[in-house]
Design a protein around this ligand. Structure first.
Ligand SMILES: Nc1ncnc2c1ncn2[C@@H]1O[C@H](COP(=O)(O)OP(=O)(O)OP(=O)(O)O)[C@@H](O)[C@H]1O
Ligand SMILES: [Mg+2]
Length: 346
């Protein structure tokens, strides 16, 4: 094959492939190579482009031995790791002898693996804490507290709470995986968000009142319809209002404000905006971008004390995604937080 014909073929490939001659000089680098070898690598020597012993070793071995070699490398640049499998295949074109070097980027697979391991570790940890407590109390009930009815009652109360926490964790995980599974399927039902929010607020009024918080709904009269899954939207606003009551406690007021937007620039159309606003302690800017991660909590200890699993906002994010909507979080420590949900009308 002529070098020119080879370049045309390599450019059409979605993965990074380069042809390197016997002097270890890059003769062809297809477009996808730019991400690994940098801009304009053609004509330069490999050792100047990618100073990695495994890479240079594989190249030399293939050039001298006429055999295909495969190497795994990890490149680090700017704090990011790129995991590559590099295949070196000896090749002779009509004019040049060299090696075809193919770079396969395994970074997304590696990242998925890390996420899976983290997730399993998190779930195990969250379950182990209440389980350890339960086992401890069972031992105490069998031993020291055997004939002490007051202690027994107290311990049973704690055991009930810990068991309740495990049930909540498991059902949150189930609803998260259910929402994720159907995230690609947009809901088709029509829901009146005015009715939905009024019902929801009634169910929270008592808890709010016991914390001295006034729940307010600000919206125009009449129905506000949009395409949605009613149960899932209820869950979204339940999680947000619950958080506002739990963490916005100092503020005495939690407000839900509904606005109809004629033209939402990102969604490119009419939308409904629902803001859940509290005047509580707020959230520091470092935490804001991570709030919707599973199990992420600003104050892990306190959230656990209050029976939280750290999955509430992760569920909110996935449901909003399923509705093709947006979630924005604005907050200022000491002043309060605003969780903004924007949903397309049609
Ligand atoms: N309105 C708010 N004001 C201040 N911090 C908040 C607010 N809402 C959420 N947070 C912070 O974000 C974290 C994550 O919230 P999320 O709802 O995902 O979990 P959680 O409330 O701890 O547990 P769960 O919702 O499962 O009961 C919380 O632990 C809290 O630190
Ligand atoms: Mg929550």
């Amino acid at each position: 094959m002529q070098l020119d014909a080879m370049r045309t073929v390599l450019d059409a490939l979605p993965i990074a492939v380069a042809f390197v001659d016997a002097d270890e000089r890059v003769r062809i680098a297809n477009r996808a190579c730019a991400a690994i070898l940098g801009p304009a690598p053609e004509g330069r020597t490999c050792s100047a482009l990618l100073r990695h012993p495994e890479f240079l070793g594989g190249l030399e071995a293939s050039l001298s031995g006429d055999k295909t070699h495969v190497k795994r490398l990890i490149l680090t640049a700017g704090g990011n790791e790129t995991h590559l499998t590099v295949t070196f295949t000896p090749m002779i074109t009509t004019t040049v002898k060299g090696v075809l070097v193919a770079f396969e980027d395994l970074t997304p697979i590696e990242q998925a693996g890390v996420m899976r391991r983290d997730f399993v570790a998190n779930v195990s940890h969250e379950l182990r804490t209440p389980l350890t407590a339960l086992v401890g109390f069972i031992e105490t009930l069998r031993g020291a507290a055997r004939d002490d009815p007051a202690a027994r009652d107290r311990f049973l109360g704690i055991m009930e709470r810990e068991a309740g926490r495990m049930i909540r964790l498991v059902s949150d995980l189930l609803s998260l995986s259910r929402v994720e599974a159907e995230e690609r399927r947009r809901p088709a039902n029509e829901v009146d968000i005015a009715v939905l929010l009024k019902t929801l607020l009634e169910s929270h009024r008592e808890t709010a009142a016991s914390g001295g918080i006034d729940l307010r709904l600000e919206m125009a009269e009449g129905p506000v319809r949009l395409r949605a899954d009613g149960d899932q939207l209820t869950q979204v606003f339940h999680n947000l209002v619950e958080n506002a009551i739990k963490y916005g406690g100092g503020g005495k007021e939690v407000m839900i404000r509904v606005t109809e937007l004629q033209h939402e620039p990102v969604l490119k159309g009419a939308a409904i905006q629902v803001e859940v606003i509290d005047r509580g302690e707020g959230i520091g800017p470092l935490h804001l971008p991570r709030l919707t991660e599973r199990f992420y909590r600003v104050d892990t200890h306190r959230s656990r004390e209050q029976g939280g699993t750290g999955l509430g906002l992760a569920i909110v994010k996935h449901i909003v995604n399923r509705h093709r909507g947006r979630l924005k979080i604005e907050s200022e420590p000491g002043k309060g937080s605003k969780f903004i949900i924007i949903l397309p009308k049609t």
